[in-house]
Ligand binder design. Structure first.
Ligand SMILES: CC(=O)N[C@H]1[C@@H](OP(=O)(O)OP(=O)(O)OC[C@H]2O[C@@H](n3ccc(=O)[nH]c3=O)[C@H](O)[C@@H]2O)O[C@H](CO)[C@@H](O)[C@@H]1O
Ligand SMILES: C=C(OP(=O)(O)O)C(=O)O
Length: 509
C-alpha cells in the first residue's frame, strides 16, 4: 500500500476509534496488539494487511474501515495437529435470529446478552437498522441493544441484507400486528435445495394473513378481524414455522393452540423470552403450545439466549477427527443426548460434568471432556428427525466422524435436497464418500486424511465439516470463501487456534 493510502486509512481508523470512545490502548487490547502499534497504524506508518483492516473494522463496528464483504475470506489450515484445552460453546445462531425477530414485538428496549457475533446476526441487524431500529453493541461486551422506532419504515428496508438470510420470513408473525398490508423480500439462507415456506403461510392464515408471491417479493395482507378459532395444526414440525406462529400469537390477546409444534432449542429460548415479556405459554418443551398473548408489549427486557448445540457437536467432531482430548464447556445437553447415544454405539468416549444452568435460567448445560480412541461404524444408518431426534444440522459432523470410524456408515439426509451432495467434497481430503442418491451417502473409514483446496459449499454445516476435516489432514489445506461459515460461528478459526489449531485467514484481492 502507498504511504498516502496508509495515512488515509490511519485517519479513518483514528476517527472511528474516537467515535467509539476508545483509547489507543483499549483498541490495542481488542486487537491483541500494543498501543504503540495502534499509534503507528493511525499515523499511516504501519503496513496493513486486508485482514488486519477487516479486524479493526469489526472491533470498531465501523463500515469505514471494513473491507468490503465482496472480498471473500479464505482459510489456510496447517492440519494434522492435535488440539488441547478448553473451549466455551457460544450462544446459538438460531435462537439469536428468532429473538431479533421477537424484538419487533416490543415497544421497549430489548437487550440480548452474550449474543454470538456472527454474520447472520449482522444481516438481521442491518435489516432492522434500515427500517428504523437503533441497534448497538454495548461497550466491551457481546450484548446487543435494540431500540424500536416510533414507526417502522418498511419501505427503507435493506433488501440486499434481507435476501441473504432465511430469517426474514420470521418478520411475518410480528409485522402482522403493525401493518394491514406490507411487502417482504423472499427468504434466502443456505442453499440446500428447495426449501418451502408453505407451512408458514398455511399456519398464519389462521390469523387472517394472506400472502401472494411475485418475482422475489411476498405481498402480505392481514384481515385484522380474523383470529384463530381452532388449534393451529402445523403441517410440518419445523422450527421457524413454530416460531413464526408464536410471534403472531404473542400479541393476539386471545388463546392460540399450536399443535405439532417444534420443541427444539431455539423454540424453547423464544418461549422463555416471550414469557418474560408477559406472554403466557404452556407446554414448553412439548409439541402442543398454548399461548395467551398480550395486545401491547412495551417493556425494557434483557435476555441471554442459550448455548448452541450444533456448535457443541462441531467442536466434538473437531476433537474426534484430530484424535484430541479437549473440554467443551457449556454444552446444552438436552439437545445432544441422542447424538451422544449414537456416538456411544460407535465407541466414542467422553466424560460429562454435573449439570448447571444457562444464563437464560432454563437450559441444562454440562462440560464434556472428549477421550480419544478408535471408533467403529454404527450398525444402523444415521438419520435425523425433528427434536427430540438427531439434529439435521449435525449430519455433516457425523459424516466426518464416520470417515474416522472403521467400517461403512450410511448417512441419510431425507430433509434437504442438496446438503448430502456437499459431503462428497470430503473426497478431496481423502475420505471415501459415495453418493448413493441426492439424499444418501455411504462413508467408508477410517480415512487417511490428506491436505487439499476446496471452495466452501454454499451451506454452513457442510462448510464447517470440511473445515474440521482439514484440521485432521497433515499439510496445508485451503478453504475458500468461508462467508457461509461465518454466518453461524463466531471467530471459529481464532477459537480453534486457541486450542492449538493452525488456521490463518487471508483474503483475495
Ligand atoms: C434459523 C433456523 O432456526 N434454522 C433451522 C430451522 O430452519 P427452518 O425451520 O426454516 O427449516 P425448514 O422449514 O426449512 O425445514 C427444514 C426441512 O425439513 C422439512 N421438514 C421439517 C420438519 C418436518 O416435520 N418435516 C419436514 O419435512 C422441511 O420441508 C424442510 O425441507 O430448522 C432446520 C431443520 O431443523 C435447521 O436446519 C435450520 O438450521
Ligand atoms: C440450515 C441452517 O441455517 P438457516 O436455516 O439459517 O439456513 C443451519 O443453521 O445449518
Amino acid at each position: 500500500m502507498t504511504e498516502s493510502y496508509l495515512s488515509r486509512i490511519g485517519g479513518l481508523i483514528r476517527d472511528a476509534r474516537r467515535h467509539k470512545e476508545l483509547t489507543q490502548a483499549e483498541l490495542a487490547v481488542l486487537l491483541g496488539t500494543s498501543q504503540s502499534a495502534v499509534a503507528r497504524i493511525e499515523q499511516g506508518k504501519q503496513n496493513l494487511s486486508l485482514e488486519m483492516i477487516a479486524r479493526i473494522g469489526e472491533k470498531l463496528d465501523s463500515e469505514i474501515v471494513q473491507v468490503s464483504s465482496g472480498v471473500p475470506q479464505n482459510l489456510r489450515i496447517e492440519g494434522g495437529v492435535k488440539l488441547s484445552g478448553e473451549i466455551d460453546v457460544r450462544t446459538s445462531k438460531n435462537a439469536a435470529v428468532a429473538l431479533l425477530c421477537a424484538s419487533l414485538l416490543n415497544k421497549g428496549r430489548t437487550t440480548l446478552r452474550n449474543l454470538a457475533r456472527i454474520e447472520e446476526v449482522n444481516r438481521i441487524t442491518e435489516v432492522l437498522t434500515s427500517i428504523g431500529f437503533k441497534i448497538r453493541w454495548l461497550p466491551d461486551s457481546s450484548d446487543l441493544e435494540i431500540v424500536p422506532p416510533e414507526r417502522i419504515d418498511l419501505g427503507a428496508m435493506d433488501e440486499t441484507a434481507a435476501r441473504r438470510t432465511r430469517t426474514i420470513i420470521m418478520f411475518l408473525g410480528p409485522l402482522m400486528h403493525e401493518f394491514e398490508t406490507f411487502e417482504l423480500p423472499y427468504a434466502g439462507g443456505c442453499d440446500l435445495g428447495t426449501r418451502t415456506v408453505e407451512p408458514h403461510m398455511i399456519a398464519l392464515r389462521h390469523f387472517g394473513m394472506d400472502v401472494t408471491a411475485t418475482t422475489g417479493t411476498y405481498h402480505v395482507s392481514v384481515d385484522t378481524a380474523q383470529w384463530p378459532t381452532r388449534p393451529i395444526v402445523l403441517t410440518e414440525r419445523g422450527d421457524t414455522v413454530t416460531e413464526n406462529v408464536l410471534l403472531a400469537a404473542a400479541r393476539h390477546p386471545g388463546t392460540t393452540v399450536i399443535r405439532n409444534a417444534s420443541s427444539n432449542y431455539m423454540v424453547q429460548d423464544l418461549c422463555v423470552f416471550l414469557q418474560q415479556l408477559g406472554v403466557r405459554i404452556e407446554g414448553l418443551g412439548t409439541t402442543t403450545l398454548t399461548v395467551t398473548g398480550v395486545e401491547q408489549i412495551d417493556q425494557d427486557i434483557e435476555y441471554s439466549p442459550s448455548e448452541d448445540p450444533i456448535e457443541a457437536m462441531s467442536l466434538l467432531a473437531a476433537a474426534v477427527v484430530t484424535g484430541s482430548e479437549i473440554t467443551i464447556q457449556r454444552v446444552p445437553i438436552e439437545f445432544m443426548e441422542i447424538e451422544l447415544a449414537v456416538l456411544d454405539t460407535m465407541g466414542f468416549q467422553c466424560e460429562l460434568s454435573p449439570e448447571y444452568t444457562s444464563a437464560n435460567g432454563h437450559t441444562r448445560l454440562v462440560d464434556l471432556r472428549t477421550i480419544p480412541g478408535p471408533l467403529k461404524a454404527p450398525l444402523d444408518k444415521i438419520h435425523p428427525l425433528p427434536f427430540p431426534g438427531l439434529n439435521i444440522d449435525n449430519l455433516p459432523f457425523f459424516a466426518i466422524i464416520a470417515a474416522c470410524a472403521q467400517g461403512s456408515t450410511l448417512i441419510h439426509d431425507w430433509v434437504y435436497e442438496n446438503r448430502a451432495i456437499y459431503l462428497t467434497e470430503l473426497t478431496t481430503l481423502g475420505a471415501k464418500v459415495h453418493l448413493m442418491d441426492p439424499h444418501r451417502v455411504m462413508i467408508e473409514g477410517p480415512t487417511k486424511w490428506r491436505a487439499g483446496e476446496i471452495m466452501c459449499p454454499p451451506a454452513l454445516r457442510p462448510g464447517g465439516g470440511i473445515l474440521l476435516a482439514m484440521l485432521a489432514a497433515p499439510g496445508s489445506s485451503v478453504l475458500r470463501n468461508v462467508y457461509v461459515i461465518n454466518r453461524g460461528y463466531e471467530e471459529l478459526a481464532t477459537r480453534l487456534n486457541a486450542l492449538g489449531a493452525r488456521i490463518q485467514t487471508f483474503r483475495d484481492i
